[in-house]
Write a protein that binds this ligand. Structure first.
Ligand SMILES: [Zn+2]
Length: 178
């Protein structure tokens, strides 16, 4: 949280723990002291086909966790579904083409450039917005990449902008891969 507060321009963070939203309340509690910090609730669900992010939810989708079921859940809850790191371990790869997701993670802070390039090509060929995700599992892995969103500091506005593709994925000088 201190890093987020101190960061010169990143003021929004999506919390997407694996298969749980339990970390959300403590994160929000920490963030509540800072009016210019916004936390986007979310979760990363492990499916047999690969990892799928849901942005905007405070709860996990109902089981069984199928890709279709999670996408339906995201749509019904006005959330955004994002294929996580498609060409890395636990990624969906080309299978993503079979699903009506909202966006593709085209820049993953923990993926090699070749995998991110393939993800960018996937998003382009599917006509989907591309977002960046640090995939940070510890503070030192934060801010390697970020998503620029054309929206006000509001979760619903940001989710809408993501769906419309008003986003750009960027890497930073903290990135080891670019
Ligand atoms: Zn993952």
């Amino acid at each position: 949280m201190e890093q987020l507060v101190a960061h010169n321009f990143v003021k929004v963070a999506a919390v997407t723990d694996h298969d749980t939203t339990e970390g959300l309340s403590v994160t929000r509690q920490l963030a509540s002291a800072y009016p210019d910090i916004l936390i986007i609730p979310g979760v990363e669900i492990s499916t047999p086909q690969g990892d799928l992010l849901v942005l905007g939810t405070e709860e996990t989708p109902p089981k069984p966790w199928t890709v279709e079921g999670i996408i339906d859940f995201a749509r019904d809850q006005d959330c955004v579904s994002v294929v996580a790191h498609p060409y890395r371990e636990y990624g969906m790869g080309d299978l993503a083409r079979n699903y009506k997701v909202d966006a593709i993670e085209v820049l993953n802070g923990e993926s090699p450039p070749s995998a991110n390039r393939l993800a960018q090509e996937l998003a382009k060929s599917m006509g989907l917005p591309g977002v960046a995700g640090s995939d940070a599992h510890q503070p030192s892995e934060l801010y390697t990449v970020y998503t620029e969103v054309q929206a006000s500091l509001d979760v619903d506005e940001i989710l809408k902008a993501l769906k419309k593709g008003l986003v750009a994925a960027h890497s930073t000088d903290r990135s080891i891969h670019f």
